[in-house]
Design a protein around this ligand. Sequence first.
Ligand code: URA
Length: 238
Amino acid sequence: MRLDKALSLAGYTRSEAKALIARGRVCVSGEAVRDAGRSVQLCEVTLDGSPIDAQQEVYLMLHKPAGVVTATEDKRLPTVVSLLPEMYQRRKIGPVGRLDRDVTGLVLLTTDGQLAHRLISPRWKAEKQYRARCEGALDAGDVEAFAAGLELSDFTAAPAKLEILEAGETSLADVILTEGKFHQVKRMFAAVGHPLISLQRLRIGCVTLDEALAPGQFRRLTDAEISGLKQSAQLSDG
Ligand code: URA
């Protein structure tokens, strides 16, 4: 196969592959190669001296727009996976947890099922931070109610941190949770009498939505972001 194809199987976009090759970071059987069309076997290709493993895990962040479902497939609507280039769709990549169709913001997508599972399991307590716009003026009583653990119809929410950023006819607040039940944030705001107007996820664990990403755009996580997520999930970064 062509060298650029081998890099795409390892998860690099065409332009990333081109830049890596141009900078001499890609070797075939130990020799730097500048020809993206060179015929290679996957096992001969190294990047910065390490074998490129087509099976290596992929970790991405996506700025989810409204109107897109957090699923791998849907008969009617675009999914977070359908927003990615085909090379990622071929890799059995899936979203970490779910956001409602109308909710925007950070979605992590990965092929690493074990990490995904730990980030959504309440047992590992990965924080999820949301920015919420709600009706009415939030006050200190609401902060206390969130911190105490709200009684919802079918469960008691774990204590959550509410930070009020603006309070008036509508309010703006950040909320940090360590669990993610169905419509949880919407239900928590409704339970204190402040129905949500809009909701955006800003952070999961140590990974914050990159402000440079417009809705619909994605990027690969950095090595530091991947290690931070793995450390918080007590997975070795080997
Ligand atoms: N809470 C909600 O209500 N919806 C989401 O999408 C995420 C958290």
